[in-house]
Design a protein around this ligand. Structure first.
Ligand code: G1P
Length: 294
């Protein structure tokens, strides 16, 4: 069966991005000229997902508003003959049906996903963590939906990471299996390096069955005292089975200011109209750090 809905938790204070997040929700902050939330919604739409369920907290109206159609702006652009800008605005306004569910308490990622239970209903669904931006020709979630259809199990995106990153992430054990979709035999959230079964980390893309909701109702708080999605998924290793998905493409973690800055620079460098100017300015920075920019 095809996957029609995606859950995207965006609640959270965005403390790493204070003071910007006093006025702008974290995932509305731009990666160069696109709010970071744009990328996963576009990835979902490219994979045929029709409805996005945002899990939001207070003052996050800017996130769903970004995806609303704006007839007035469209008329103004039409009158000006700004064809390509008009196309872009229209496309963003029609990427997906948007639903918002309020998360009043912040008890962890597993709890956030549980909030989507009624909106998702009894069908397999995708989860995106919007701090993980993946640029690739083929949408990562599309490949994961195929893996889910092939195996009948849950799918979790995974990537090899450096030792320093291990204690901040969910880590899986695939028993040394290589290949794109290895079966996961163990998973643990934010282990110490000594306890980690591998360096293969969960990246924020999941395809899950509706049975996860029942499980999440009963998951005890785990790492950081929070209800962890990883712990809920780990209860399904036997049934229906959980499979890793080694994705292709360029991954950026925009959940930290440095990661956000790198992604912004990477996005700008790809632009035909200003990539060369930016590159030249960066070369100048390297050779004359104090003089650059003046
Ligand atoms: C979450 C997940 C973790 C995963 C990570 C990927 O952690 O709990 O398993 O590895 O996202 O970005 P968080 O970043 O919310 O601490």
């Amino acid at each position: 069966m095809t996957v029609r809905k995606a859950v995207i938790p965006v609640a959270g204070f965005g403390t790493r991005f204070l003071p910007a997040t006093l006025s702008v929700p974290k995932n509305a902050l731009p990666v160069f000229d696109m709010p970071s939330i744009h990328f996963c919604v576009e990835e979902a739409a490219r994979a045929g997902i029709e409805e996005i369920v945002f899990i939001v907290s207070k003052n996050q109206e800017a996130i769903p508003r970004y995806f609303e159609a704006l007839p007035e702006l469209e008329r103004a652009l039409e009158a000006r003959g700004s064809v390509s800008t008009l196309d872009m605005v229209r496309r963003i306004g029609s990427l997906a049906k948007i639903t918002c569910v309020a998360q009043t308490e912040q008890k962890g990622l597993g709890h956030a996903v549980l909030m989507a239970r009624d909106a998702v209903g009894d069908e397999a669904f995708a989860v995106f963590l919007p701090d993980d931006v993946i640029w690739s020709e083929r949408p990562t979630i599309g490949g994961m939906i195929e893996a889910h259809q092939r195996t009948g199990g849950f799918a979790v995106a995974v990537k090899e990471v450096a030792d320093e990153a291990v204690p901040n992430l969910g880590i899986v054990d695939v028993g040394g299996e290589s290949g794109r979709s290895p079966r996961i035999v163990g998973m643990v959230e934010k282990p110490s390096l000594e306890d980690a079964p591998s360096n293969l980390a969960i990246i924020g893309r999941y395809v899950l069955g509706a049975e996860i909701f029942e499980t999440l109702e009963n998951v005890e708080p785990g790492a950081l005292g929070e209800v962890q999605l990883t712990d809920g998924i780990a209860a399904h290793l036997e049934r229906p089975g959980v499979f890793g998905y080694r994705f292709e493409g360029e991954h950026h973690d925009v959940g930290t200011p440095l990661g956000m800055l790198k992604a912004s620079i990477a996005a700008a460098l790809k632009r035909d109209d200003l990539g060369d100017d930016l590159r030249a300015w960066m070369d100048g920075l390297r050779t004359a750090p104090r003089a650059a920019g003046f």
